[in-house]
Design a protein around this ligand. Structure first.
Ligand code: MG
Length: 255
């Protein structure tokens, strides 16, 4: 009998607490942790105060050649960075997990060629090798230039076409704003959680939390290869058309 005397008041107290929780607005207020205050840039595209600026128009000290980690040799001129196809891909010296990335790119006004051979480059959100290994968001001229849709600009290469084609014509600057959620791997190298990417092309949503099924390959199905933190890589594609240029590149790590 004695335990029942104890249990009944406890149940009454629990019921009272539950009733308060259902009527008190404070019960659903979250007060901690307090989000960090970040001063937004003066323009939408200017780096916020907590960004890592990867290219500000002056030098490419934050970058190296992917093939041998030697200094990057792409040409900086007039505040922009132009692909040097002869020296190959470049990548950040710093490695990243998940992040927000902003970059701007321009196809030359006098671009020639067609399909994939017209202003092809790319941004690899995580580079896992010196060549084209990793996770590529396609960069190329997709202004009135048909190609396979999961290989056009703003595609997750060979995995997901953009929701819309938000291209500006050649000669105009384009922007990418990307949210990259890096894949997480188990100790034995299996993907525990996949990679996701959200992409705004010129401010227009073109990839909406797209789930990746692995690295992006030119030939063959996507496949995950375990890694932990990786450089961001820009592609020196071998097509014969005029090289494209970049400016205003910054990243905000989210880990
Ligand atoms: Mg490419």
């Amino acid at each position: 009998m004695k335990p029942r005397v104890v249990i009944v008041p406890a149940l009454i107290a629990l019921a009272a607490t539950t009733a308060i929780a259902q009527t008190d607005p404070k019960a659903t207020e979250q007060w901690a942790p307090v989000p960090k205050v970040v001063a937004p840039g003066k323009q939408d595209s200017a780096p916020p105060s907590d960004a890592v600026v990867l290219f500000d128009g002056h030098d490419i000290d934050k970058w190296e050649a992917s093939k041998d980690h030697s200094p990057a040799h792409w040409k900086v001129h007039d505040g922009v960075l132009t692909v040097d196809k002869a020296t190959g891909n470049i990548q950040t010296k710093q490695r990243f997990g998940s992040y927000q990335l902003h970059l701007e790119w321009q196809v030359p006004a006098n671009i020639t060629g067609e399909g994939q051979a017209r202003g092809n480059s790319g941004v690899f959100l995580a580079s896992t090798g010196p060549g084209d290994e990793g996770y590529e968001i396609q960069i190329m001229d997709s202004w009135k230039n048909p190609t396979y849709v999961n290989g056009q600009a703003a595609s997750v290469y060979k995995q997901a076409a953009p929701l819309v084609n938000a291209m500006h014509p050649p000669g105009e600057w384009q922007s990418y704003d990307i949210v990259w959620t890096a894949p997480v791997f188990t100790a034995n190298g299996k993907a525990k959680t996949p990679a996701y990417v959200t992409l705004f092309h010129n401010g227009v949503l073109v990839q909406n939390h797209t789930e990746l099924t692995g690295e992006t390959f030119y030939i063959g199905k996507p496949k995950y290869n375990a890694y932990k933190d990786a450089p961001i890589k820009l592609q020196a594609h071998g097509d014969p058309s005029a090289p494209i240029s970049f400016r205003n590149i910054w990243v905000r790590p989210l880990d």
